[in-house]
Design a protein around this ligand. Sequence first.
Ligand code: PLP
Length: 337
Amino acid sequence: MSVNPQFCHPPRLQLAQLPTPLQPLERLSAASPGPKIWVKRDDLTGSVLSGNKIRKLEYSLARATQQGCDTVITCGGLQSNHCRATALLCAQLGLRCHLVLRGEAPSLADGNYLLDQLAGAKISCFPAKQYQAKLDEILQRFAELYAKHGRKAAIIPTGASDATGVWGYFNAAKELAADCRRAGIQPRHILCATGSGGTQAGLTAGAFYFLDLAQVWGVNVCDDAQWFLDKVAADLAGWQQRYDLDCNVGAYRPKVIDGYVGPGYAKADPEIFACIAELARTEGLVLDPVYTGKAFYGLLQERAKGRFGDDGDIVFVHTGGVFGLFPQRAEFAFLNQ
Ligand SMILES: *Cc1c(COP(=O)(O)O)cnc(C)c1O
């Protein structure tokens, strides 16, 4: 019998440090007119395990172990936060981890890649072109190879954004609703960086049940608005189907703020690095140039344009990513002047 998503409890491992804090940015908010900015600190879900992927992996890895898998294969960019989190969690759980990364292996490991290596993950790098054209085939081939050696591998898709990963931010929305009640606020807008759509999908669905006065916005860091609307719809449809949920996923309202991708995925313009430095200086909050820096810059621009109204409260979900800062250290040369 189908079940309301609010009352569905799929298998979950407790891996993230929860609940994460909800904090106001007093000085930054007061510096210009507009609604007060609050930050949901999902960069604090752990130390090296920080960021949004842990919430999704609590469900993806529970599913993998329940299916009897002893190996996890996943994929992403060379500096993928998702791959780093998966590698460390697999080490913690005693699972083998195989990462399929896009790009050329660096001669000197840095940032997330270094942590992948420390966690003992097996890493296979593929040139961007081949990765883009053949990813599914590559993942499948490795899974078959493990099967031949008597192992059972789970393939977790990019960012753990799929029917299972949706639960991570569905429940984060519930947690955020409790945070807001405690803080005495009713935010009308919630923003997050969106890269593979799973965080946005979960938050959008969760907001429908737990934060019904709020609009969730994904600020895309690659592709375009339509790509994310399609991806979120696909993840939500898969979620409803896989768990036989009694809900109308078409009634949720995913929205995208496009226009802040800049030169491309993992490439940022100087204003993003300036924004990261300003926030660190004024509030002690550190963003990354791949995801949160672009999304927060977008939030400030759209807030100044009045998209979120003149007053009230808005919430930015800080999805982590700090290790992506260090490989781009050269872009912060302006701090030396
Ligand atoms: C992966 C990631 C995102 C995007 O989340 P998706 O669920 O993949 O859209 C945002 N911020 C950081 C730091 C990330 O690592």
